[in-house]
Design a protein around this ligand. Sequence first.
Ligand SMILES: C[S@@+](CC[C@H](N)C(=O)[O-])C[C@H]1O[C@@H](n2cnc3c(N)ncnc32)[C@H](O)[C@@H]1O
Length: 213
Amino acid sequence: MHHLTSEAIHQYAESYTSKEDELLYDLNRQTHLQTALPVMLSGHLQGRFLSMISKMIKPRYVLEIGTFTGYSALCLAEGMHPDGQLITIDNHPEQAAIAKAYFDKSPYKEQINLIVGKAIEVLNYLNYEFDLVFIDADKINYANYFDLVIDRVKSGGYILADNVLYNGEVLDPAQAGKNALAMHQYNQKISLDNRLENVLLPLRDGIMISRKK
Ligand SMILES: C[S@@+](CC[C@H](N)C(=O)[O-])C[C@H]1O[C@@H](n2cnc3c(N)ncnc32)[C@H](O)[C@@H]1O
């Protein structure tokens, strides 16, 4: 995946960040061996960040849009309230099968609900109030995902969106490809929404952290 910092800084940051547990390490490795685009996986540093955020919020209901092989879902699950539930959506059955196998090996087996389907269709029937949402699927639909979930995020809840700097391409929207342009438009939309306070964190490929007031 895109790193906006130098590889050396990234490695230094990883070396002073708590290690992944064995299950995550194995999933990271198997994702590299078994999938065509392992760069989609959040990875060690971002994974520990997601875990830390979740431990701060202690969410009861978490929504993830874009499971891939389940790495970030397992990281987000680490901070969940003991009765918490994490719903994660992906439209790719083979990747979802890998995720399911790892969820089943984890302590969160009973708390993670993996739904295979197109996110927009699934979001139309989901009926929860979320404390934490992680948007990490197809970039062109981020704004649609936001619009579909914002009324179902609790006041004081958070929406995180990954890849919002899109390898730095957002700096030049006129030259940006469609995904980078969608990220730039998402950043603009979010920054103008007075229901939110936002921090765009330049971690890895950029994470927009939005808190619903
Ligand atoms: C960047 S990966 C997610 C990575 C994962 N969150 C992690 O950090 O390990 C994006 C995922 O979104 C899924 N996806 C793309 N478009 C989708 C859609 N319309 N509905 C549901 N899932 C979708 C892809 O199949 C892919 O697994």
